[in-house]
Design a protein around this ligand. Structure first.
Ligand SMILES: Cc1cc2nc3c(=O)[nH]c(=O)nc-3n(C[C@H](O)[C@H](O)[C@H](O)COP(=O)(O)O)c2cc1C
Length: 241
């Protein structure tokens, strides 16, 4: 399938920048529905993402209505069961290591700042195990978003395809912004792939990459006032003249 490529002169830098910079991980959504047409448009636009030799390694599953709600119920039940009996966690492992085994600075510092910032805003202290569990479980409710997305990749592919995948995911999130929608990419689902893959009908050759919540942001929710900082360009860029 081919898609017409807009002339570069028609691309508005301010609009592109606004779509990118207004993206934020949104953790509270309204119940306002998102049409299938809009979701299809977003996926179509995102499929223009670059990928090595145009391999297009992505496969998306859109969960709406009962299929969304049933998955939420299944995973929340297991999440609660693990809390009651932590030994069960051994049965739910992510299939690829998203994070390093050993955390080092500066990544651990940024990770901590992020966690403390979010939980601090919500007034959840380290000792508030119930509140922490409930907040973590908001992931498994897609933060109430009406659209749940799951992404898989063919197991035969290699790490380079995960680079491509990131571009696809970012493109979805940016295309969503262009339509007034917000998203939250979610690796939190990854440990539950043995529930999710059969639920979405993925074949044995597919691995779960992550989930994503999609919908309209609840503008009144405190959690959505959480804005993350970034390292200045000068700190991560080396100019070589
Ligand atoms: C692949 C991926 C997975 C993520 N998984 C989760 C998740 O499971 N739950 C969550 O609340 N945020 C998740 N995040 C959001 C990050 O915490 C967030 O992107 C980061 O703190 C920067 O904030 P921003 O997205 O608001 O700019 C994930 C982000 C990425 C890129």
């Amino acid at each position: 399938m081919t898609t017409s490529i807009p002339n570069a002169s028609t691309v508005d830098a301010a609009a592109v920048d606004a779509a990118i910079t207004s993206r934020m991980s949104t953790r509270a959504f309204t119940q306002a529905p998102v049409s299938r047409e809009t979701i299809t448009d977003i996926l179509q636009v995102a499929s223009r993402a670059a990928s090595g030799t145009n391999t297009q390694p992505w496969r998306a599953y859109v969960l709406l209505g009962a299929s969304r709600d049933t998955l939420v119920a299944k995973v929340c039940a297991v999440h609660d069961a693990i809390r009651a009996n932590p030994t069960l966690a051994a049965d739910y492992r992510e299939e690829y290591a998203y994070y390093p085994e050993k955390w080092v600075s500066p990544y651990i510092d940024r990770r901590r700042e992020n966690g403390w910032g979010l939980y601090g805003l919500l007034d959840i202290g380290k000792a508030d195990k119930d509140k922490m569990h409930a907040q973590h479980q908001r992931n498994y409710r897609f933060f109430d978003a009406p659209v749940g997305l799951m992404f898989t990749i063919d197991r035969v592919l290699n790490s380079g395809s995960m680079v491509d995948y990131g571009m696809f995911l970012q493109s979805i999130m940016v295309a969503a912004r262009g339509r007034g929608l917000h998203t939250c990419p979610q690796a939190a689902w990854n440990g539950f792939s043995k529930i999710i893959l059969p639920h979405i009908g993925a074949g044995p050759g597919e691995m779960l990459v992550c989930g994503m919540a999609l919908g309209f942001a609840d503008e009144r929710a405190l959690v959505n006032t959480f804005h993350t900082p970034r390292v200045p360009v000068a700190d991560f860029t080396h100019w070589l003249d």
